[in-house]
Design a protein around this ligand. Structure first.
Ligand SMILES: [Cu+2]
Length: 666
């Protein structure tokens, strides 16, 4: 009996170390290829490999080449992939659709989960990211861990973090009980930061936040092939300041729940079949009560509820690996605005900024990965979907009908996506080409938003239910080659987008927001082009030392050669890494060039170039039954005062910051 236990123990530790190793490789890969950023591996251990154990998801995502984070404050950054933001992306939590509840994009989907919830994040560029819903720029799926049937008994861990800038504290607690046929795990994380200071010790007002996240996960194995799993996440943020916006958030909360059935069998044609039912509800309350001078006080709450399911089958036929995913969801988005004039004799004003918009989307995704030869793979995928939008608020509908007299209360759209990819792999080099075509429907704001104030270009925006689907033709190319100690990789993608949705000034309309420049209506450019390319290198100096570098070039123009907004300027990154046994350290230099191709029309100006340096070190101390992981570092060592093209209204980023993270694993 003792021997059996010892054997099982060794087996698990072995598997455990192996998976850690694998994750480490993936992490290194992600610096180059960036299609998969591993946050936390099996049993959430690989996050202890990260430079900062208690990094937010936003900080993790920011490390990927193709992703930048649009910042309106120190919390809830909005991911941009291939220079495209949320309306053009598919962002999901383990295949589940979630719609933000803020008309001002203060709550990207990524803000409703935390690192403690996730196993990894999968990033797919362009039409390769359409498994869960149609998109143009690509898909980001935040994967929850599954099937924790490890038979490892009770395990727990505690994480503590402190950062000097903003007096930022974070605490995490994790408990897991795992048997052969049953597991239950729970984790909680709490984060709180005061106002941070920008370079030169300048306090950035309204940059504070606090949030907590609790999740419970449980699974039961019916037999060797079938299991049932339940997931529940509750996330709540309070007192979140948005220094770049005229308003803050007093409450943003989400409940995310799912029930899944998993079938797995290696000996049958069907390898895996996963079916999930899910539900999520979001409440978002904006607040201007802490701002001393506002022209008019406003209440702006928003709500979003989504119900959905997916059923995904993986099977192998000869040399074909096939995936079919049938999914469907229903969302309800509602947002209101009440304005209270400073003069009490004037009437309050009320309107529906999202007039109870219902979205029903149902689609099927098919993918075939065909191994032509051991070195060549061809993959083809398609997603076909039907989307129906309906406005269920009569007052809201009538308000929009002032601008669109022929508008009906519902509209349906058919959405197509096609993607093909050819790749050739030899031991020291790899090449791949891709071609894709895709369509997306306008977002809730683009289709039905009503006087949504954009503080970037200072215009009120009105949605347009008559917009055509946005369409994109896409080419991508990847190559990488290894020469002894050097690896060089190139990745490039080009999007030719037709009916590119963007707001255009309507001089006949008068703005509702006091101080706004005017009104923009969502229209479409005949076409737009977006191109991006990266050159990445990795040089192994010795078994412990390595240098990674990355250079990025991005381009985005509209049909009359005008610059598109939020296109990243020339960027660079260089990193010297040292790793020996359980000790690791790195020195990093990163920056952007001058933003010469800015879009003045959409409120941008020339953001000057900048560069910053970061340094970190970490060690893992092993004891008999426990281990301690200690990580510390300095960010922005020279206390540079800077902002990037992605900082809303040029508000400055953090100055020098010292951090320390301590994890205790039992
Ligand atoms: Cu908001």
């Amino acid at each position: 009996m003792k021997h059996i236990l010892l054997f099982i123990g060794c087996f698990f530790i072995g598997g455990f170390l192996y998976s850690q190793d694998k994750n480490q490789r993936k992490t290194n890969d992600s610096i180059r290829k960036l299609d998969e950023i591993v946050l936390t591996g099996r049993r959430k251990l690989s996050n202890y490999r990260q430079q900062k154990t208690l990094s937010s998801i936003d900080e993790y995502l920011e490390k990927a080449n193709k992703i930048t984070m649009i910042k309106r404050g120190n919390y809830a950054w909005e991911p941009s992939l291939n220079n495209m933001t949320s309306d053009r992306l598919s962002v999901t939590i383990d295949g589940m659709q979630i719609y933000g509840a803020c008309t001002d994009k203060m709550d990207p989907i990524t803000s409703y989960v935390d690192v403690s919830n996730l196993e990894k994040v999968t990033v797919n560029s362009g039409q390769e990211g359409t498994e869960n819903t149609n998109c143009i720029g690509g898909g980001i799926d935040l994967k929850l861990p599954s099937s924790k049937f490890y038979d490892s008994g009770l395990k727990s861990s505690i994480d503590l973090g402190y950062e000097t800038n903003g007096n930022y504290k974070s605490t995490g607690l994790d408990i897991e009980y795992s048997a052969n046929k049953f597991y239950i795990s729970a984790d909680g994380i709490f984060r709180k930061s005061d106002n941070y200071t920008a370079g030169g010790n300048i306090e950035v007002n309204y940059s504070q936040f606090q949030k907590y996240n609790i999740s419970v996960q449980s699974g039961y194995k019916i037999n060797d092939s079938n299991s049932i799993e339940v997931d529940l996440i509750y996330d709540q943020a309070n007192d979140v300041g948005y220094p770049a916006l005229p308003m803050d958030v007093s409450l943003a909360k989400a409940t995310i729940a799912s029930l899944a059935h998993n079938y797995k069998n290696d000996s049958t044609t069907i390898k895996a079949w996963e079916t999930k039912l899910y539900f999520n509800t979001i409440t978002h309350i904006m607040d201007d009560s802490k701002r001393p001078n506002v022209p008019i006080r406003m209440d702006m709450p928003g709500w979003s509820d989504t119900y959905g399911f997916y059923s995904k089958v993986k099977f192998n036929l000869n040399k074909h690996r096939l995936i079919a995913n049938l999914n469907s969801h229903y969302n309800r988005s509602l947002a209101e605005m009440t304005m209270y004039p400073n003069d009490p004799t004037e009437n309050t004003m009320f309107m529906y900024t999202w007039p109870d918009v219902k979205t029903f989307n149902s689609g099927i995704y098919l993918k075939d990965e065909f191994n032509i030869t051991p070195h060549q793979t061809l993959s083809l995928s398609t997603r076909l979907a039907l989307q129906i939008n309906r406005i269920d608020n009569t007052v809201g509908l009538q308000s929009l009908q002032i601008y669109y007299p022929d508008m009906q209360d519902s509209k349906s759209r058919f959405l197509t996506s096609l993607s093909s990819n050819y790749s050739f792999k030899k031991h020291d080099y790899e090449l791949s080409f891709g071609l894709g075509y895709g369509e997306r429907a306008p977002s809730v704001s683009e289709g039905y938003g009503f006087y949504l104030f954009n503080s970037f270009d200072k215009y009120d925006y009105i949605g347009n239910p008559n917009l055509k689907n946005e369409k994109a033709l896409e080419f991508n190319f990847n190559a990488n080659r290894t020469f002894k100690k050097l690896n060089v990789a190139i990745e490039a993608s080009y999007f030719y987008i037709s009916d590119y949705i963007i707001g255009e000034i309507d001089p006949t309309l008068i703005a509702m927001t006091i101080g706004a420049n005017g009104v923009r209506i969502y229209k479409a450019l005949d076409n737009a082009s977006i191109f991006s390319a990266f050159l990445n290198t990795e040089y192994k100096i010795s078994s412990s030392f390595a240098i990674n570098t990355s250079i990025g070039y991005n381009y985005g123009k509209g049909d009359s050669n005008q610059n598109l907004p939020l296109i990243r300027p020339f960027s660079y990154l260089a990193e010297l890494n040292y790793m020996h046994k359980s000790f690791s350290s790195s020195l990093q230099l990163k920056g952007d060039g001058n933003q010469t191709n800015y879009s003045a029309n959409y409120g941008e100006d020339l953001t000057p170039s900048y560069s910053i340096m970061n340094f970190n070190l970490g060690n893992r101390f092993e004891f008999k039954d426990t281990s301690i992981i200690l990580k510390m570092g300095i960010e922005n060592i020279f206390d540079k005062n800077y902002s990037t093209y992605a900082d809303w209204n040029n508000f400055p980023r953090q100055g020098r910051n010292f951090y320390i993270n301590l994890s205790y694993l039992m």
